[in-house]
Design a protein around this ligand. Structure first.
Ligand code: SF4
Length: 71
């Protein structure tokens, strides 16, 4: 199973929350109104869709084993 490393550029995030809706197990909009990863790594492939859907391009997803950028 691929494990995903999630990187969120909070300087780009505008807090709309579509990432949280798509991958609620891995991503959330925190009290400051910006997205954050619930954990540094996730096995949830929904993070790929969340990254693709972010209107700000704030979410990057990497293969945790190889470092390859996946989204
Ligand atoms: S979808 Fe992008 S801009 Fe919207 S809350 Fe998530 S990281 Fe921020």
């Amino acid at each position: 199973m691929t494990s995903f490393r999630i990187d969120i550029d909070r300087t780009l995030c505008s807090g709309f929350g579509s990432c949280e809706e798509l991958a609620p197990a891995a991503l959330e909009v925190d009290a400051s109104g910006l997205a954050t990863a619930r954990m540094a790594q996730s096995d949830d492939p929904a993070v790929l869709e969340a990254a693709s859907s972010c209107p700000m391009g704030a979410i990057s997803v990497f293969d945790a084993a190889t470092g390859e950028q996946l989204a």
